[in-house]
Design a protein around this ligand. Structure first.
Ligand code: AMP
Ligand code: TRP
Length: 331
């Protein structure tokens, strides 16, 4: 089973990214044949950015992935812009298998374009086509992502099917893998909105690299709901979010958390969540500190990943080109 996922090198990675996506990447790396993980710097250029900052964040994100447990000996870890097939296939898919109307319906495009101060670029509109190209160029069977990528994934499946029916079977139609618990971690200050790099509040977002004190403060000041019982339910978005976080971090069910804290007050519960999250992230932070400064080593890992990625993507994209009637015919 071939596994592929991508993560943006924008901003600081948060607990939502960790729980919804990175945790899955690590679990799945031995099930992939191979498991392929891509830091999607081309996607990051679709909104305002600084080139030097992009490179720094590329290293930050790579180091976080390695610190979280991705092992370059057991998976392929590479940088999107190192492989020209991603951009080439984006055009091919956009031109022949992507409906303009489908792109127009993408909710992330609507959300992101609404908050752009300067340029709403055509690249931002094409973002889901580039994501489809990432996935399809590797003959991917399974795509681990968080809940917010559901619509993009559905479009990638649609694009693969359209291409296949027009030019004969070329691409595998991928399945998504969205975790049952932890696929949508909410902003601690505004639990009706997902935790995110750009849209959520600073105080409501736990970053993977936050100091223990900051984590404690954010969790202790998390918005809770009226009532005093630690259980999920109507009008209890804040507490439900904390229950979900604690369940994932402890590796137990949400029911188990509710039973365990049935007689606790919100304050004690929050203290337990804070402590568990601090302990959960501590080993990642320690490993990150060891890895981050050696940029030459990070580059070496990415270069090795790019060589392996290229060997997979090049023949798949070449076959698609040939079917489209582009270039010299393949004998
Ligand atoms: P991004 O940082 O936008 O590249 O997202 C990387 C991965 O994290 C994607 O698979 C997202 O679906 C996932 N993700 C982002 N925000 C959250 C969240 N609040 N809860 C769970 N997963 C998330
Ligand atoms: N769009 C995804 C996000 O914002 C990142 C991404 C790019 C991706 N290419 C991908 C995810 C391919 C899965 C597969 O999180």
């Amino acid at each position: 089973m071939r596994i592929f996922s991508g993560i943006q090198p924008t901003g600081r990675k948060h607990l939502g990214n960790y729980i919804g996506a990175i945790r899955q990447y690590v679990h799945l790396q031995d099930e992939g044949d191979p498991a392929i993980y891509c830091v999607v710097d081309l996607h990051a250029t679709t909104i305002a950015y600084e080139p030097a900052e992009l490179r720094r964040q590329l290293y930050d994100t790579t180091a976080i992935l390695l610190a979280s447990g991705l092992d370059p000996a057991r998976c392929i870890l590479f940088r999107q812009s190192d492989i020209p097939q991603h951009t080439e296939l984006t055009w091919m898919l956009a031109a022949t298998a992507t409906a303009h109307g489908d792109l127009n319906r993408m909710t992330q495009f609507k959300e992101k374009s609404a908050v752009q101060r300067e340029l709403v670029s055509a690249g931002l509109f094409f973002y889901p086509v580039l994501m489809a190209a990432d996935i399809l160029a590797y003959g991917t069977d399974l795509v681990p992502v968080g809940d917010d990528q559901r619509q993009h994934l559905e479009l990638a499946r649609e694009i693969a099917s359209k291409f296949n029916s027009r030019f004969s079977d070329t691409f595998i139609v991928p399945e998504g893998r969205i975790p049952d618990v932890g696929a949508r971690i909410m902003d601690l200050q505004n639990p009706d909105k997902k935790m995110s790099t750009t849209a959520s509040t600073e105080a409501g977002t736990i970053f993977v690299l936050d100091e223990p004190k900051a984590i404690e403060k954010k969790i202790k000041s998390a918005v809770t709901d009226s009532g005093s019982e630690v259980r999920r339910g109507e009008g209890k978005a804040g507490i439900s979010n904390l229950i979900e976080i604690l369940a994932v971090v402890k590796g137990v069910s949400m029911e188990r958390i509710e039973t365990e804290f049935a007689d606790s007050r919100y304050g004690d519960f929050k203290t337990a969540v804070a402590q568990a999250v601090v302990e959960y992230l501590a080993p990642v932070q320690a490993k990150y500190a060891e890895l981050r400064d050696d940029e030459a080593e990070l580059e070496a890992i990415l270069a090795d990943g790019a060589a392996k990625a290229s060997a997979i993507a090049a023949p798949i994209v070449a076959a698609a080109r040939d079917k489209m009637g582009l270039g010299r015919p393949v004998a």
